[in-house]
Each structure stands twice: as C-alpha cells, then as structure tokens.
Write a protein that binds this ligand. Sequence first.
Ligand SMILES: *Cc1c(COP(=O)(O)O)cnc(C)c1O
Length: 359
Amino acid sequence: MRIHNFNAGPAVLPEEVLKEVQQNIVDYKGNGLSVMEMSHRSVEYGEIIEGARAAMKRIMGLGDDYAALFLQGGASTQFLMVPLNFCPNDKVANYIDTGAWATKAWKEAKKIGKKYHIAASSEDKDFTYIPKTWELSDDPAYLHITTNNTIRGSEWKIDPDVPAGVTLIADMSSNFLSRPLNFKKYDLIYGGAQKNIGPAGATFVLIKKNMLDRINPGLPTMMDYKTHADKDSMFNTPPAFSIYVIGEVLKWIEKKGGLEALAVNNKEKADYLYNIFDNSDFYRGTVVPEDRSYMNVPFRLPTEELEKKFIAEAKTKDMIGLKGHRSVGGCRASIYNSLPMKAVQCLAQFMLDFERKNK
Ligand SMILES: *Cc1c(COP(=O)(O)O)cnc(C)c1O
C-alpha cells in the first residue's frame, strides 16, 4: 500500500511512473539489461536522454535557443556555478533574498569573492512574503531569484521584469513544471530533480545558448557550463538512472495535459489546505496570502506540543513528511505535482478532526 507522502524532497513520484520503471527494472524494453547497467553512450540510452531533454523543452515551450542539461551536485552546486560562470570581477551579482535557499545562493557568490548586492529581501518580516520591488546595483552581472521557497512556503506569482541586457537566473527546484511560467524570460533555470520531477541525483539546467559565449574564462572543467553544453551532458557519466526516471515523469506530465492541466490541479490542492487556515483560529498559515506557495504549505498550530502530536498522529494515519524544516519548525505539507488529490483531502479531514479534538 502507498502512504500519503508530504515530504519536501526527495518527494512523491507518480505511481504510474514507478510501476513503469518497475516493469523495466531488470530488462529494459527487451534489451536484456537494466538502464542502471547500460552504457551511457549506447544507442538505447541516447534515446532515453534525448527523449527527456526534448520533452522538457517541449513542456516548457522552449526552442533551439536553449540547451537542456542534466548535471550532478544538486541545486547547491548551481549556487556556486552561477557566479563562477556569469559574474565577471568588474560586475555585481544581484540576488533577491527570500530566505533559506535564496540566502545560500548569494552566500556562495560572496564566498568566492564576487561583488554581490541584495536587490531586495523579505528578511525584515521573517521571509513571509515575496518582495514586490527591487533595486539593482550598477553593472549587474545578473539577477537571481528563487521562484518557490520550499522552506518558507512563498512563491513568485510573476516572472520579474529586468532591464534589457540584464540576465535573469532562477532556482526553480521546488516549483519546476508545476504551472506555466514565462520561461523564455529566464536566461538560466536550474534545480534539483528530487522536488517535483524525479528522483535525487540529477540537476536540471536550462540555459540560453547565447549565455555560453559569456562564461568567465579559465574555469575548472566540471564547473564550466560550456563543458556540459558542448557535450550534451555527456562529458562524463551523467546520473543515468535518475535521468531515465525524469524522462518517464515528463511523459506523465504530457499525458496529464501539460502545465496548464497541472496548474489547475495544483491550485485546487493548495486552496483546499489554505481554506482551512482561513477558516480556523487553530491553524495559522505563515505566509501572506498573495504569496502562498502552491507546492509547499507551511503552517503552525497553537503550541509546539500540539504540532508534535499532530505530526505523530498523522503518521498513524499513513500521512508522512509533515514536519516543518528544522530551521523554522512547525508543520509543512509539500503537495507536488504527483501527490494525488485524495492525499490532500485525507490531510484536510484529519486537520479538521484534530482541531475539533484538541481545541
Ligand atoms: C532543495 C532545494 C535546494 C537544494 O537542492 P539540492 O539539490 O539538495 O542541492 C535549492 N533550492 C531550493 C529552492 C530547494 O528547494
């Protein structure tokens, strides 16, 4: 039996995809070996990775002017690669700080000695909102945003405007492919696969090809986007199995009707939970309503004792992953693309029952 998995990442995957993978785990489509055992240079594997790459760009509506890469090292390595590649020493790396991961991103630029500037921050209100205005530095190398704040539960509802000539870079780890965005506005998009599109191990990168001419010279081979773009993510062994599963998730997304269809479904799931907060003085949402995330729903109960009890009791009812991130405490339900509506309904019912019994 499958439990209701509200983990933030690694997270729930579509049951259909897991079954498809299971069927092919020992003998991939009659080839007599598993994807895990295949050469990444084989014809069969070439079809898998090319299929995944093409599906990702098709779903996003991106054309030949973008390269889709699958790297390793997680979004955390991208925090380093972005300033390393795209902030020359005479320019300034600009960041909007919306908490936790967004903070880690600019700290990496600082660590390697780049000039950096916080163009806006929501730290003044404990990262409970998305800044609506920002001020870029002189000579900006790029503006970096985090489109969904996995830990805090806030999400950008617009694709920010930047002045002509300014590069826009986004960490989309936790809301990637959850709804249509104006992806073409971004010059570089990255994230860890394990939040919304696959198992851990692969990092997706969409990069506008004209960015490749602007990379700082002399970088270590594996830190240079050009290394990976020139060799179609095959400079070294890619995270082959993870990419295969991502490819299957992407097929599932297309079968479901693409991003428009997912957006409707995701909003419906999120609204279900947010409606409970809005009609209760027991549960308290932590983010201002207009910036609430459709993917990660953090909330507080009246006391920490009740939160502990809530999480423990939910577990006895086959609902796991409801503990908030250790840095902020409280509770959090992550409700990614492949979490079925019935899991959210089950949680909502439990929340109402728990409130009645513990108020
Ligand atoms: C999880 C997460 C990260 C870190 O991802 P790793 O792949 O574990 O390095 C970075 N940014 C956001 C928004 C995340 O949710």
